[in-house]
Each structure stands twice: as structure tokens, then as C-alpha cells.
Design a protein around this ligand. Structure first.
Ligand code: NAD
Length: 319
């Protein structure tokens, strides 16, 4: 396949690019490097340093006759609450501009990086694809709005799409020099690993009195390489099947305490934990119902929490 990856220099996109390149697909990357890293680029891929809104992206799509995987986005929930215009402009308006390029260039298949944030506070868990979508922050609002645009466009135009709602992406691919490098980092596993490595003093855990077995929040961590595999499975699926929404998770989940213990096990070093108050808007459990992706895409995560943490540990402790 010929595939265009927007955001291919970011955390998940860079893993995607490796998976595609290794499988022999022809890859074009569009990334403005606003949060991405050029040093993730492997040889043999075409890289265009462009904003997804740039009309040159449409020309690239036409010239290369690609399918599109769309990762490029702002991703910080807290920032989206403080400064929502960034998210409506750079996620929603830019996403709609990209979809214009997709339609104008005659791209047939489009895969959106969506998120569990489209569901808001869960009414039931595990969360299936048909769970009501009621985001509680602008980040989730903008992803849901893009999903809605895809539904309408898919009905009106010759475009097939898959919206993949990831729960928590985690882990690294140290052998390929890839790992999680967000600035600021807000995700649990890199923060716990950095604490164990002494790169930061402590990790604050928000709440230990939740109605969960050990009192800390439970989230559904999926290895970033498993997520990349799901995108490839979705592109293949769309060749012969209808558009759809897929929740990508393990179906079980791990607590914050379990993550900390896994990091201590992987690194053989204690983690300095500060116990803080609960944060507003943090549901006790966020876990995906994982059946649809398994049944229709033939996809399920293969890597365990220990493998996720071990890969993150090796990547963060590189010299
Ligand atoms: N990381 C997670 O746990 C998680 C969970 C759910 C969903 N997602 C979604 O996955 C996608 C990738 O997340 P990530 O963690 O890899 O983020 P990231 O910040 O590491 O990567 C985003 C990439 O997109 C590029 N980019 C941003 N805006 C752009 C624009 N307008 N034009 C061109 N390039 C642009 C950045 O330079 C960066 O390389 C996002 O859409 C995010 O919403 C991530």
C-alpha cells in the first residue's frame, strides 16, 4: 500500500511509520514538527515538513495516490480546558481542512486517531463502541466532532473511514530508537519510569480512595506497537468492508499501583510516590470492551503491562 501518515514524527505515528516500512509499504509523512521529532525518521520514507492544512498536502496525496492515517493533533486534555481555541483550531478546523484535501485528492481510506475521551464519564464499563459519547473536555469535543464529520462525509462522498479510539497508548520500541517524548509529559508510565530513574523527584498519584480493588484508578494500557498493528488491520479491513468505530484496549486494565509496582519490578528501583487528592473528571475505571476490533479487524493487543513497562524502562534509561 501507499500510505500517508500525518503526525508521523510523533510518539504513536513514528511507531506506525516503522511498522509500515517494515511490512514493505510506501510511506509518506506529513508533520510540522510542532511536537514531533525529526530524528525518528527512518531511511527510505518521504518526509514533508508541512502543516496538515497546507494545500501542498493535497498535491502530495494526488501525486502519491495514498491512503491516509491521521495522527497529527494536539493531545493535552488540561491545555484544551485552559486554551480551547488551540484545540478547535488545530484539531477540529485543521482536521476538516485535511479532510478537504482527502476528498479533493480522491483518497479512498482514512483512519482517524480518536480517543476514549469521546465517551466522557462512563455510564458503564467496559466501554463498548455504542456507549454514549459525552466528552467532558474540549480535547474530546474536537475528536468527537471529527468523528461526526467522517460519518457525514462517508455517507455523502466515496470515502471509507475507521475511527480508532485508543484508551492509553504506552511502551516504546528501544531497538528502533523510538519512545514517548512529550513535552510536557502527562502520561503515567513515562512519569513513573522517570521518577524511578531519578529524572524527577516524585510522582503524585491523584487519589487512593476510589472504588477499585487497591483504591487507585484503573486504565487500559495498550502497547504502542499493538496500536500501530491495529491501524494496518483497519486499512486492510476497509478494502472490503464498511466504515466503523473501534475501541482499542485490552478489556481489563491496570491500576496506578499496579503500574508503579511493574516499574519497580522492571527497573529494580523504588518509586517515590506522593499521594494527592482526587482530580476532578477522573473516572475510577476506564476500560475498553475489546470485542469488535477482535471480531472485525482480527486484532487484539499481544503485549502485557510488564512488556509495556519494560520497553519504556529501556527506552528512558538509554544513554
Ligand atoms: N498518546 C495517547 O495515549 C493517545 C491516546 C488516545 C488518542 N491519541 C491520539 O493519537 C494521536 C497521536 O498522539 P501522540 O501521543 O503520538 O502525539 P504526539 O504529540 O507525540 O504526535 C503528534 C504529531 O503530530 C504533529 N502535528 C501536530 N499538529 C500538526 C499539524 N497541524 N500539521 C502537521 N503535523 C502536526 C506533531 O509535530 C507530532 O509529530 C493524536 O491524534 C492523539 O489525539 C493518543
Amino acid at each position: 500500500m501507499r500510505v500517508l501518515v500525518t503526525g508521523g514524527c510523533g510518539y504513536i505515528g513514528s511507531h506506525m511509520v516503522r511498522v509500515l516500512a517494515r511490512a514493505g509499504h510506501e510511506v509518506t509523512i506529513v508533520d510540522d514538527l510542532s511536537t514531533g521529532h525529526e530524528d525518528t525518521l527512518p531511511s527510505g520514507v518521504r518526509f514533508a515538513k508541512l502543516d496538515i492544512r497546507d494545500p501542498a498536502v493535497r498535491e502530495l496525496m494526488k501525486e502519491r495516490r495514498v491512503e491516509d492515517l491521521h495522527f497529527a493533533s494536539r493531545i493535552q486534555v488540561g491545555e484544551s480546558v485552559r486554551d480551547p481555541r488551540l484545540y478547535f483550531r488545530d484539531n477540529l478546523a485543521a482536521g476538516v481542512a485535511l479532510l478537504d484535501h482527502v476528498l479533493d485528492a480522491g483518497v479512498g481510506r482514512f483512519v482517524l486517531s480518536s480517543t476514549a475521551a469521546v465517551f466522557g464519564n462512563p455510564i458503564e464499563t467496559p466501554i463498548g463502541e455504542d456507549h454514549p459519547t459525552l466528552p467532558i473536555n474540549p480535547y474530546g469535543d474536537t475528536k468527537l466532532a471529527l468523528e461526526r464529520a467522517l460519518i457525514a462525509y462517508g455517507r455523502a462522498y466515496p470515502l471509507k473511514f475507521a475511527a480508532l479510539r485508543y484508551f492509553n497508548a504506552a511502551g516504546a520500541w528501544p531497538e528502533e530508537g523510538l519512545g514517548e517524548r512529550h513535552d510536557p509529559e502527562t502520561h503515567l508510565i513515562p512519569l513513573v519510569v522517570k521518577t524511578a530513574l531519578g529524572q524527577q523527584q516524585s510522582i503524585t498519584v491523584f487519589g487512593n480512595d476510589y472504588p477499585t480493588p487497591d483504591g487507585t484508578c484503573i486504565r487500559d494500557y495498550v502497547h504502542v506497537r499493538d496500536l500501530a498493528d491495529a491501524h494496518l488491520a483497519a486499512l486492510v479491513h476497509l478494502e472490503a468492508h464498511e466504515s466503523g468505530f473501534f475501541n482499542l484496549g485490552t478489556g481489563s486494565g491496570s491500576s496506578v499501583r499496579e503500574v508503579i509496582t511493574a516499574v519497580e519490578r522492571a527497573g529494580g528501583k523504588p518509586v517515590n510516590v506522593v499521594w494527592g487528592e482526587r482530580r476532578e473528571g477522573d473516572p475510577p475505571v476506564l476500560v475498553a470492551k475489546a470485542e469488535r476490533a477482535k471480531a472485525l479487524l482480527g486484532w487484539q493487543p499481544t503485549r502485557t503491562l510488564d512488556e509495556i513497562v519494560e520497553s519504556a524502562w529501556r527506552w528512558h534509561s538509554r544513554v
